[in-house]
Design a binder for this molecule. Structure first.
Ligand code: 5AD
Ligand code: SF4
Length: 437
């Protein structure tokens, strides 16, 4: 039996796509290898959101040449966002001639065919069509949680972002297909469903059948199972009142909302083509908090976008202090070829970017710690994800509002809802002990 090893980089979308790749490979009779050293096939499922991601992946692909020398029959496949970029397949071919198969996000479904041929020839990336098969069988590995795509691609063209170029325009799945997949997963024991899309809030706009994200949420929340429903990622400009109302109405829709702001400065937001202002965003946060008081908000923020002044950055710091996110992913702006940001004047020097991100992370860390501290002494219901990677008797799971909780348990309680009393907190993580319901 041949074996595969998949290396996944990037976001939840990619993590789930790797489950689809595993599904394809298992249908072909492959089994999972315990390491790349022992695999007959290594798949790199790549990301290109920032230069750092691409540099890391190139390094890892380079390292595989040693394995290939030892085992000339080893098949190396590269797929995903990095190889979907214009001209990158050719560059990869030149730099790493040992790669057997190169696919993009648009033609992942050809993996089986390419493997069957097992030639040294490189496949071409079909950039015209983004028809990633939506109904591929996944081999899921995510414990109590299952990822479910609801919309592919992005129409927003934020000026820093490569995603619309490597994942094409928005394509929503039909509601009945999503409901069928979610029902199947719940029937098979999953306790948490996370809906995925680059911008889940615009779900249904391309379908012309009256579908919308809030209607989809309502439909899923009323399925007759005890489970939690999450969703990622929201665009503030499309986070309409009907969505807030549905999240507030149903207990099983998690009160954890990832609402990337990117910058706290209206001028920078305009240059980023985000299509909302600082005031709009703060108003949206107030509306959410008024209807969902215990909502845990999280965000993505970038520093050093072209033209960002000290004053603009001060606005971002100020917004972070006003909103008080439970957690925040902070990034240094990375110039992506092919995006409008690449050609913008006033690129910010690296030293300035580094100083700004330090300040941003420090400001958020204070808030993260304060919010975590508020949980001490409280009892929270968590859904157990599984064992903590580092310890053999420590389990972890998340609260409804998205906080990570560690606790000891002497039996396997993965997939169960348990009550945990929080004893202490350390930065973003809570520690506690199980108490009877
Ligand atoms: N540079 C840095 N960060 C970026 N992101 C997207 N594009 C870039 C870029 N060019 C960040 C955004 C987005 C998150 C997934 O990655 O904050 O929300
Ligand atoms: Fe990129 Fe903006 Fe689309 Fe998000 S909404 S994927 S940041 S273009």
């Amino acid at each position: 039996m041949k074996s595969y090893f998949i290396k996944t980089y990037g976001c939840q979308m990619n993590i789930h796509e790797s489950e689809k790749i595993a599904g394809i490979l298992r249908d072909l009779g492959y089994k999972e290898a315990d390491s790349d050293q022992n695999a007959d096939l290594i798949v790199f499922n790549t990301c290109c959101i920032r230069e750092t991601a691409e540099a890391k992946i190139s390094g890892h692909i380079g390292e595989v040449s040693r394995l290939k020398q030892k085992n000339p029959n080893l098949i190396v496949a590269v797929c995903g966002c990095m190889s979907q970029q214009k001209g990158v397949a050719e560059q990869l071919k030149k730099r790493f001639p040992f790669i057997n198969i190169i696919l993009g996000t648009s033609n992942l479904q050809l993996l089986a065919e390419e493997l069957a041929r097992q030639t040294q020839k490189h496949s071409l990336i079909d950039t015209a069509e983004y028809n990633t098969v939506t109904e591929m069988n996944s081999y899921r590995t995510s414990g109590a949680n299952a990822w479910v795509n609801i919309i592919y691609g992005c129409n927003n063209f934020c000026t820093y972002c490569i995603v619309p170029y490597v994942r094409g325009r928005e394509r929503s799945r039909k509601e009945k297909d999503i409901v069928a997949e979610v029902s199947y997963l719940l029937e098979n024991g999953y306790k948490e469903i996370t809906l995925l899309g680059q911008n889940v809030n615009s779900y249904g706009k391309d379908l012309d059948d009256g579908s919308s994200f809030s209607k989809l949420l309502e439909k899923l929340a009323t399925l007759p199972y005890k489970y939690r429903l999450r969703f990622l990622t929201s665009h503030p400009k499309d986070f309409t009142e009907d969505i807030i109302d549905v999240v507030a109405k149903y207990d099983n829709i998690c009160k954890s909302i990832h609402l990337p702001v990117q910058s706290g400065s209206t001028a920078v937001l305009r240059n980023m083509n985000r299509r909302y202002t600082r005031e709009y965003y703060l108003d949206l946060v107030n509306k959410i908090r008024a209807k969902i008081p215990d909502a845990g908000l999280s965000s993505d923020i970038m520093v050093g976008f072209p033209g960002e002044t000290d004053e603009n950055f001060a606005d971002t710091l100020d917004l972070v202090k006003q909103v008080r996110y439970s957690s925040c992913f902070c990034f240094i702006y990375s110039r992506r070829k092919g995006t409008p940001g690449y050609a913008m004047e006033n690129q910010i020097p690296k030293t300035v970017k580094t100083e700004r991100i330090k300040q941003l992370i420090a400001a958020q860390n204070v808030i993260t710690r304060e919010i975590s501290k508020q949980f001490e002494g409280k009892t929270v219901e968590i859904l157990v994800d599984g064992l903590n990677d580092k310890y053999s008797d420590v389990y972890c799971g998340r609260t409804d509002c998205g906080k990570l909780v560690n606790f000891k348990c002497d039996k396997d309680c993965t997939g169960e809802f348990v009550n945990v009393k929080i004893n202490r907190s350390q930065s973003a993580t809570l520690f506690g002990e199980i108490v009877k319901k």
